[in-house]
Ligand binder design. Structure first.
Ligand code: SF4
Ligand code: SF4
Length: 70
């Protein structure tokens, strides 16, 4: 899946932890964590279709890094 396709189903932009600063979402697939999200105030990844499809095991990808990095 291309990162742009993942962004279309990504829930990060409606997540309470999300901070908009013009960066791509789908942090689960990214190579770096977010540059502007610092506080973990809830994570919606468990309810994301991509999270289920990929059988991920981690959350808070924005602050802790991509699935493969955790
Ligand atoms: S698992 Fe989380 S970071 Fe990845 S696309 Fe879904 S909501 Fe976004
Ligand atoms: S990775 Fe999780 S905590 Fe971070 S913005 Fe996306 S849904 Fe929210």
């Amino acid at each position: 899946m291309e990162p742009s396709d993942a962004e279309n189903i990504c829930l990060c932009r409606i997540c309470p932890s999300y901070v908009e600063c013009g960066e791509p979402t789908a942090f689960c697939l990214g190579t770096n964590p977010s540059k502007c999200i610092n506080a973990e105030a809830g994570c919606l990844c468990l309810g994301c279709p991509l999270w289920v499809k990929k059988a991920f095991r981690h959350v808070y990808f924005c602050t802790r890094g991509a699935e493969i990095a955790q």
